[in-house]
Design a protein around this ligand. Structure first.
Ligand code: AR6
Length: 186
């Protein structure tokens, strides 16, 4: 499923983010950039140790929640990995929505600054960090939509949803928030 926004494509696919052939893959990292399970584990396993070596060297203090940093992509097909730190879900009153949106925005800014034409995102914060998928989907899509409506790039932003349920929640949110003939389309 996809939408065209100011000439850029926003699309949803189901799959494994580590296999995407895009300029930048976004990692669901933690603020220590210490590695972990989920997307993070899969990226470091498939990309090899150079990714962690680089982030340790360049970002010894890690990365605050709601922000992102960038590194090379080791053996992955991508050129870059953008390590985005989403919030841990604590019930919704701890600025989780703002922090999640800002992790997406900062990732998109880094991608544009590094001339990435295509970026793949996982559903940040919806695994170990416990963010409810339906709410996370809305924030993710709204934030990317607003960024593309303003900047018209990256040319391709792809959400890679791991399972059928995540895909359906994102697809529902997309139908609702970005109608096929929204004003910024085309
Ligand atoms: N491709 C795409 N999506 C995936 C993949 C994959 N290979 N693997 C899991 N998902 P998570 P978080 C989905 O836990 O919630 C780590 O330990 C998964 O089903 O990776 O932001 C870090 O080091 C879920 O919907 O990230 C942090 O400590 C989504 O990706 C912490 O987890 C995100 O799940 C970050 O937690």
């Amino acid at each position: 499923m996809k939408r065209i926004i100011r000439g850029a494509t926003l699309e949803l696919v189901q799959g494994d983010i580590t296999l995407q052939e895009v300029d930048a893959i976004v990692n669901a990292a933690n603020s220590r950039l210490a590695g972990g399970g989920g997307v993070d584990g899969a990226i470091h396993r498939r990309g090899g140790p150079s990714i962690m070596e680089e982030t340790r060297q360049k970002y010894p203090d890690g990365c605050p929640t709601g922000s992102a940093v960038i590194s090379g992509a080791g053996q992955l097909k991508a050129k870059y990995v953008i390590h985005a730190v989403g919030p841990v879900w604590r019930g919704g009153q701890q600025q989780e929505a703002e922090l999640l949106a800002s992790a997406y925005r900062r990732s998109l800014q880094l991608a544009v600054e590094h001339q990435c034409r295509s970026v793949a995102f996982p559903a940040l914060s919806t695994g170990a960090y416990g963010y409810p998928m339906d709410q996370a989907a809305r924030i993710a899509l709204q934030t990317v939509y607003a960024f593309l409506a303003e900047h018209g790039r990256p040319e391709l932003v792809r959400f890679v949803l791991f399972d059928d349920r995540a895909y359906r929640q994102f697809a529902e949110a997309m139908e609702e928030l970005i109608p096929e003939h929204a004003p910024n389309q085309g």
